[in-house]
Design a protein around this ligand. Structure first.
Ligand SMILES: Nc1ncnc2c1ncn2[C@@H]1O[C@H](COP(=O)(O)OP(=O)(O)OP(=O)(O)O)[C@@H](O)[C@H]1O
Ligand SMILES: [Mg+2]
Length: 313
């Protein structure tokens, strides 16, 4: 088996009485875009800070590229790029100077560094803003600068902690495409978010976190297969009798059905042809219906079934 890029075993991190990470386990392989998905306060940033040895932890082990990480593991840190949740750039430096500063922590050769800074500016689409100071940048452009500062030295492992919070859709798409491009160029990515749509869009595997625990791990498709709900059918109907609703509840693979505001909602578990089965029952009863739609479960449904609450507050 290849050496995992990150291996965390039984990690416990307390902030006084609060257990922020509770016997947390994680294994990330080379080439992944790995998503840490969890609501506010679930422990995503704490996990990253422990991996980077920025925080001391109470129990457990962390290995990066097969080696134990310490605060002075500079050879490991050189291969790592970090884009922090809170934008961390110097207001006194321009876009170019900021990226040059952070890149300069790793790359001393001036010509090589200039090339890296130029590529990073180009990569995040800030060419027209290279002489701007951070205060003059919009939220989205500032986020892109934050990313450029974290990746200019071409790290093999990149942490991005909620890089799309409070950015406009254009910057968001640019950032998500950029992450995929970095991955194509060979970087392993750890990406935290509480937006399930983003995680579904770009991540190869996902860990669902809540209260410092890793509740489930797998590809999006695997996670969705773990839950009972496999299809959500909604049908607009003017009137449905209680006995008809009961009959629908008795149909194969149906485990829940409700009728509210002229909408029949049917939850199915497994099986195929669930929608035709429901429709043919309605036709047999001569119930006329309007709009019909069928949805597949989302990662929010997975979160909801595991924790009993919504991913978003
Ligand atoms: N320095 C600290 N001192 C005390 N408690 C902390 C500290 N940092 C984080 N916590 C607590 O630890 C828990 C995990 O926080 P963490 O920031 O890791 O969550 P998160 O998943 O990154 O959340 P968010 O989505 O809001 O960024 C939370 O309950 C938080 O309040
Ligand atoms: Mg966080």
């Amino acid at each position: 088996m290849p050496v995992p890029v990150i291996k965390i075993e039984n990690l416990v991190k307390r902030y006084d009485d609060l257990v922020a990470l509770d016997h947390f386990n994680l294994r990330i392989e080379e080439g992944e875009i790995f998503g840490l998905l969890g609501p506010n306060g679930s422990g995503k940033t704490t996990t990253i800070n422990c991996i980077l040895s920025l925080l001391a932890f109470d129990k457990g082990t962390i290995e990066v590229f097969g080696k134990e990480m310490h605060p002075d593991s500079y050879d490991l840190k050189r291969q790592i790029g970090v884009v922090m949740q809170n934008v961390a750039v110097f207001d006194e430096l321009t876009v170019y100077e900021n990226i040059d500063y952070f890149c300069g922590l790793y790359i001393k050769d001036k010509a090589v560094r200039r090339q890296c800074v130029e590529e990073a500016i180009d990569f995040v689409g800030l060419s027209d803003f290279r002489r701007f100071y951070p205060k003059k940048l919009s939220g989205g452009l500032l986020r892109r600068l934050n990313i450029a500062c974290g990746i200019a030295h071409k790290p093999k492992l990149i942490f991005l902690d909620e890089p799309t919070v409070a950015v406009d859709p254009q910057s968001r798409n640019r950032i998500l495409e950029g992450i995929q491009e970095l991955n194509r160029q060979g970087a392993t990515i750890i990406y935290t978010s509480h937006y399930m749509e983003e995680v579904e869009q770009i991540c190869t595997r996902v860990a669902i976190m809540d209260k410092g625990k890793n509740l489930a791990i797998g590809t999006t498709a695997e996670l969705k297969r773990m839950i009972k709900k496999s299809e959500i059918i909604s049908i607009d109907i003017l009137d449905l009798l209680p006995e008809q609703l009961d009959a629908i509840r008795g149909l194969k693979h149906v485990y829940e059905a409700s009728f509210e505001n002229h909408c029949l909602k049917v939850l199915c578990s497994g099986g195929t042809h669930n929608l035709p089965r429901v429709l043919s029952y309605l036709q047999s009863e001569e119930v006329s219906f309007g709009r019909v739609y069928s949805e597949l479960p989302t990662l929010n449904d997975v979160f909801l079934e595991i924790t009993g609450k919504e991913l978003r507050d």
